[in-house]
Design a protein around this ligand. Sequence first.
Ligand SMILES: [Zn+2]
Length: 260
Amino acid sequence: MNALWHDGHLLSQVNWCREVSGRTLHALVSVPSHSALDEARMGPWPKREFAKIRALGVAPPRKRLIAGDEKGFLLNWKRAPALYVYTDSLESHPYVVRSASRGTVVPTFLLPIPHESKQYLSTWASNVQEIDSIWLTSSDALEVATYRELADPKSSLNVIGEEHRAEIEAATGKPTYLHLYRYFGAKDEKARECPRCGRRMRRTPQAKRLLPPGDGGLLSFGARCESCRTVTSDPVDDERPDLASIGRWHPTSKTRVRRK
Ligand SMILES: [Zn+2]
C-alpha cells in the first residue's frame, strides 16, 4: 500500500483499513479512478511488491469497486488547458496537480513523469500539508519559520516544488504553475512584483475570482506570473508588517534550481 500511495495510485496514505477474515486480508482504499489498481499501469516498486506476494504462493490480489464514482472530480492531464501545483493542510491525499480551468484534480499516476518523481511529489505534498498545519496552529518563532517555508520562493520546500513544477511542464507540454503562499502583506498589493523573478504579476479581476483558492482553477488566485509560472493569493492580514516582507520580491532573491 505504501508503494501504491507513493506512486499516486491511492487517494490517501492513512485512510485505509485492513481486516483478516478467515485466510483473506482485506484492504479498503480510496482510488482516483477505476484503472488505478491495474498492475499494467504500475511502476517498478508496486510491481516488485506484487511479485513478492505471488512468490508466497498465495492467491493473487483481487479488487472490487464498492462505492463512488469519481467522474468529474478527477481529470486526465491531457484534457487540461494548463496545470498548477497546489496543496494545503485541508488535503489528505498526495494529489497536488490540478487543471487550470476548474481546479479539477489530476491523478498523479497518469502523469508522464518517472515513477521516482511521482514518489518524490507525494512526499513533497505531505511536507507542505504538515508544514501548513503547523503554521496554522503555532505562534512566535515556529509560526515565522513555517510561514517562511511556505511563502519564500527560496525556501527548501519551494525550491523542490519548483523542480516538480518544471518537470511536469516539460513532460506534459502544458503551462504549469506553482502556488506560493501569500497571507501577510501590505494594505494595497495591486501592483505586485513576482516574488520569484521580480516581473509584474498579472492580476485576476475581483469579479472573476473563484473561491476557495485552489478549488477554482487559476482564477482563484489573485495574481500570477506568466514568466516563471508562479501563482499567489492576495494577502489576508495587513497588520503584520514584520512578516509582510516574506514572499515579496527582493532583487537579491533570485532563486537557483537545486538538482537532486
Ligand atoms: Zn515570476
